[in-house]
Design a protein around this ligand. Structure first.
Ligand code: NAD
Length: 380
């Protein structure tokens, strides 16, 4: 017997000032669980099965986008994909997507578009380039365009404004919009979150656009935060990554100093994680090889979030600070540190490599592990 899915409501909870969290305990989650692929089954079994399935176009099938697109297929949506890397396209076609030869062709076949591209220039090209999404004709078929790339807030606003000047074509799926809507919806959660469909989306743009996007966002993530108007999702992401980079550098500096003062990294992380230095860089993504399993530090900094992409995000923060006249001395410094690491040839490694590549920290030694296995702790 199949599970019975009741139609659920969008529930919004007030969040701290300025934002709103959306949790969509939905029929979509239910549908998605019904249409998981069986090993070896025809990939086509994903598509065209979910009630209310949408024709989704996905552009940018890299480390993040490939997983996000696959999760949409698993949720029952029909997917048309484009990437300039043919191998990335073929991998999704194998799983049941159809392929297009340009963003323009994707737009002609899709009701909703999602882009997941490296940087602002790629987003501009894909939207407004000679074969771009907005060049299909004067009138657009997609009524909703969602950009999940991490780009500068100003580009998000400019592209959203261009989208809003387009008209919807006669074959557009009408979902209550007069003109197409663009959302900036960058993500946090990394490749692991993209694969596990547990991303957090930070969304800028009109609320009605966000509500229409929720079933798709929840096929790829767990939490959606509405940040405000166009560009505010990108702004939130830039601020998040600025703080993340500074905290990673700070934790790495402290651990390297601690080692030289004779404190092993496991003991120090036990202390940090129950003290005022506790943070994500210490308790979830520790940069010292051997302190945690399943983090890039414990696999030679392979995978994860590259120094190159972080450098790009810090550049976005510098640009935004210049535009707004904001002092950001720490960002300036940490941007230089990562530029230095990239110049040394480590740009593709995970950014927690700063612990070794800059601070020359040591991996955790086996004897340190033994020493801290059963520490004498007085909790009184
Ligand atoms: P990636 O470099 O692995 O993938 C980008 C994809 O875009 C590639 O497949 C590339 O071929 C394609 N592409 C580039 N230009 C194109 C064009 N003009 N037309 C079509 N395809 C094009 O990058 P990623 O790691 O998937 O990251 C994507 C975005 O998500 C970035 O903005 C990044 O900052 C952000 N992000 C990444 C992570 C992470 O952990 N990797 C986490 C959060 C956010």
């Amino acid at each position: 017997m199949g599970r019975v899915c009741s139609l659920s409501k969008i529930v919004s909870f007030s969040s701290p000032p300025g934002g709103r969290w959306y949790f969509y305990s939905s029929a979509w989650a239910c549908l998605s669980s019904r249409f998981q692929a069986q090993p070896g089954s025809s990939s086509r079994s994903y598509a065209n099965v979910a009630e209310n399935a949408q024709n989704v176009g996905f552009i940018g099938l890299g480390n993040m986008g490939s997983h996000m697109a696959f999760n949409l297929l698993k949720a029952g949506h029909t997917l048309c994909v484009y990437d300039r890397n043919d191998a990335a396209v073929l991998s999704l076609v194998d799983k049941g997507a159809s392929k297009a030869d340009s963003p323009r062709e994707v737009a002609e076949q899709s009701d909703v578009i999602i882009t997941m591209l490296p940087a602002s220039s790629h987003v501009e090209e894909v939207y407004t380039g000679s074969n771009g999404l907005l060049r299909s004709s004067r009138d657009l078929r997609p009524s909703l365009l969602i950009d999940s790339s991490t780009i500068d807030p100003q580009t998000s606003r400019v592209v959203a404004a261009k989208v809003s000047t387009c008209r919807l074509s006669t074959n557009a799926r009408r979902i209550g919009f007069e003109t197409p809507i663009m959302l900036d919806a960058p993500v946090s959660g990394g490749v692991g979150g993209a694969s596990a469909a547990s991303l957090t989306f930070m969304v800028g743009g009109p609320e009605k656009g966000l509500k229409a996007a929720l079933p798709l966002l929840h096929a790829m993530g767990k939490r959606v935060v509405h940040c405000g108007g166009a560009g505010t999702g990108s702004a939130a992401k830039v601020c998040n990554n600025l703080a993340m980079a500074i905290s990673m550098a700070g934790v790495s500096e402290a651990f390297a100093l601690g080692q030289r003062l004779g404190i092993d990294a496991l003991t120090l992380s036990n202390i940090f994680n129950s003290s005022s230095a506790r943070c994500w860089s210490s308790d979830t993504y520790n940069p010292v090889p051997g302190v945690m399993e399943n983090v890039p530090a414990s696999r030679n900094y392979v995978g994860g979030f590259s120094c190159q992409l972080l450098g790009k995000d810090l550049g976005l923060a510098l640009m935004a600070a210049k535009e707004t006249g904001s002092p950001i001395p720490l960002t300036t410094q940490v941007h230089e540190l990562y530029a230095n690491i990239c110049q040394k040839g480590y740009s593709h490694e995970d950014f927690s490599n700063i612990f070794q590549r800059l601070y020359q920290g040591e991996p955790l030694h086996t004897e340190d592990k033994e020493h801290t296995k059963d520490p004498l702790v007085d909790n009184t």
